[in-house]
Design a protein around this ligand. Sequence first.
Ligand code: BGC
Length: 818
Amino acid sequence: MSRIEALADAMTLEEQVSLLSSQDFWSVGGMEHLGIGTLRVTDGPNGARGGGGLVGGVKSASFPVGIALGATWNVDLLRQVGDALAEETRSKGAHVLLAPTVNLHRSVTNGRNFECYSEDPVLTAKLAVAYIKGLQSRGVGATIKHFVGNESEIERTSISSDIDERALRELYLVPFEAAVKEGKTWAVMTAYNKLNGTFASENERILNDILRGEWGFDGLVMSDWFGSHSTAETVNAGLDLEMPGPTRDRGQKLVDAVTAGQVSRETVRARALSVLRLMERTRALDDRRPPAEYADDKASHRALIRKAGAEAMVLLKNVGVLPLPASIGKVAVIGPNAKTAQIMGGGSAQLNPHYRISPYDGLHVALGDDRVIYAEGATNHRFQPLLEGSFIAEFFANTELAGQAVHIEEHENAEAFWVGGVGDGKVDPQSFSARVTGSFVPKKSGLHQLGLFSAGFSRLLVDGEVVVDSWTNWTPGSTFFEEGNDEVVGAAWLEAGQSYRLAIEFATKPPRWLGLAAFRAGIGLPLGDEAIAEAVEAARQAEVAVVCIGRTGEWDTEGSDLPSIQLPGRQNELVAAVAAANPRTVVVLQTGGPVEMPWIDDVAAVVEAWYPGQEAGNAIADVLTGRAEPGGRLPQSFPVRWTDNPTHSQDREVYPGLDGHVRYEEGVFIGYRHYEKVGVAPLFPFGFGLSYTQFELSEFVVDTSRFEAEGRVAVRIKVTNVGARAGSTVVQLYVGEASPSVPRPQKELKAFEKGRLAAGEGATVTLNLEPRDFAFFDLEAGNWRVNPGTFHLMVGTSSADIAYQAEIVRKEGLAIRP
Ligand code: BGC
C-alpha cells in the first residue's frame, strides 16, 4: 500500500471530506495530527501572483501573456518559461500554478483571448505541453484550464456552451488531451460554464468518461472559483476539489450525502486520494511551513522575459523603415501606450509586477535623450484613469457605515478587491461597509470626469457632495467578473492646484455568483483636438514617428468581452493624422488580438507587440532598433473586419449567447478554417509574420513508405536564410483531405518547427505525421477515423503562403480508439 493510500485509510470520513474543499481562497489540507502539510495554489498564467486579492500583493515577475507566447511558436522557449514560473510559484509559497489557459480563440472579441495561446488546437497543445513540462520538472504542479468550452466571458458562470461532438474532439478538447497524455499534467480546472446543458464541474461525461477513462488522467480536478454548484453531483462526476473555501456544498453536506447513500465511501476515498497525490507530487504533503511570500526579481527572469517579448512580436508590415538605423535622427514616440507600459491583461491573471518598462522608457535608453520627442495624442482607457495616492479605508461591521470603525488601513489608490479576511478579519466579508477617503489636486483646471463601479453599492463624494452615485440604481454590468455594475461617470469642475477631499462610501450587496466585494474610482480630463495637433507637430519634426496604440488590460480582461475590434477612443484618427504628417510612421500595436486597421495602407510599418510583460518597452525597443528580430508569427488570423469572423452573427445564440445558451454553430470551422471555407481573405493570415531577413524553402521530400501500413508520413524540407542577417522562421505543415466524407477544413496545422539560421545558412527540417493527423472524429463509430483516399500535404510560412504541396493516397481506412 502506498503512503497516500495508508493516509487515506487512516482518516475518518469527515477527514477525507475535509480534503475535498479548500480552507480559504488558496489552500487545502493541513491536518497536523496525521502529519499532512498544506497545499497552496496561485494564479497564473503569466506569473505567480501569490495569495490575497487580485491587486497589490507581493511583487512578481510579469511574463508575456498567453497570446504573446502563442506567437513565439517556440516550444523550447515555453519550456524555459514554465521552468522560470516554477521558481516564481515557489517564491509565493505555493505548490501549484493555476495555468496554462488553453481555451481557443473562437471569437475575436473574447475578453480572455489574451490569456490563451491561439485559434489553433495543435499550436495550443504543443505550447501547453512544453509549459507544463517546464513547471512540473521543478516539482510545481500545472493546472490546465478551463475544461472546457469557456470561449467567452459573457454570462460565463451560468451559460451553456453548446458544442457538437466533432468540434469538441477536433478542436476544444485537443489541448487538454495533449496536456494529459504528453504533458502528464497533475491538475485540471473545470470551466465555469455548462457544456451542452450540464455544468463542467458536474459533467460526468467529460470528467469521468473522457478525462479519466479515455485519457487515463490520474491527477486532480478542481473547480473554477465558485464554479461548483452541488454536492453529490460534482463528487460523483469526478470533481475532486471545490474551490475556494470555506466550503459551500461539501463538508457536512457531503457527509450527509454519504450517509444517505448518494455518494459512496469509495468515491470519497478516490477524491481524497487525488488531493493527496497532488500533495505528494508537489511535496506539499510534508510542507508544514507557514506561508511565506517574497519578491524574487532575478536577472535570469528579466533576460528571459525580454527575449520572449521580442520573440513574440509580429512584424505585420514593413516598407523599408525597420529596423531603425543607428544613424537615425529624431524619433517621435506618440500615443497612449507610449508612456504607460501595457504589460498584461486584466482579471485573475494580473499581478503586482516588479516594474514596468514603457515603450518610451525603452526607446529613450536605446536611442538616447536627445533623439526622442513625445506626444500623447489620444487616450485608450475603458474606465476613467485610476485615482492614485494615499487613501484611508475605515471598515464598519454593518452595511450602513454606522457607528465606530472596527478597522482602519491605508491604500495606495482608490481601488479595492476584497475576498476573504476583509478588514483584518474584523468584518464579515459578505456584509460590511467602508469609507475610503483621500484628496486630489488637479494639474489642470477643467471639467473632470469621475468614474466609479463596484461589486457592492458605492458613491463618490467631492468635498462632501455626491458626484457619482453607483448606489441608488445599481444594476449588474460587465465589471468585476460580472459581479460589478458598469462604470457610472459624473463630472465636476476642478481648479488646478486646489486640494479636494474625496470620499468613496461602499457597502456589500448579496453576491450573484462570486463572493467578492470591490470598487474602483477614477478621474480624467478628456484630451481635445489639440492633443492630436501636438502629435502631428511632433511627427513633422521627426525622421520617424512611432505610434504606440492599442488596448489595455481594462479591455483585454477576464470578466467581459470586447464590444468590437475597433481601436478604442480616437486612436484611428491619431494614426491617420500622424501618417499624413510623416510617411515614415511605425505603428506599435499592443492588444490581446486583432483590431481593424483602416490606416494600414498609409503607414510604413506595423508591429503587433501584445502584452509582453514587465520588459515591454525594452523588448519593443530591441525589435525596432534591430537588436532583436521580430520573432513572432500570428497565432490568430487577423480579419479585415469583425463581421468576417464566424461568430459575428445576427443570431445572438451564436454569439454572445441567448437565454443561457451559446451555440458553437460554426462547428470545426473557427479561425483560418472558417476564412478558407467561405473564401474571405483575412487582413493577415494565421501563421504570418515578416522578418528582417528572407528565407527560402527547397528540397521538399515526402516519405510515404509507412503511410499505408502505419498511417505515418515524414516530410522533409530545406530552409535557407537567403538574407543578410540572422533570423528565425517557422515552417508550418498543414494537412487536408481531398474528398472527405464529412465537412472538413481545407487545411489544418499538424506540425511546425521554428528555427534560427545565420545569414546564408541552411538546414533540413523533418516534420512527422501520425495517424491522428489525418483523422476526423467519426460520430457513428465513436472513433477517430482516417478515410481511404487522397490527402494534401502543404508546407509554408503561413496558412496562406504555401510553398510546396504533395498529394498522398491511402487505400484502406483506419480506425483509432479515442
Ligand atoms: C478564473 C481562474 C482563476 C481563478 C482564481 C477565476 O475567476 O477563471 O482562471 O484561476 O479565478 O483566481
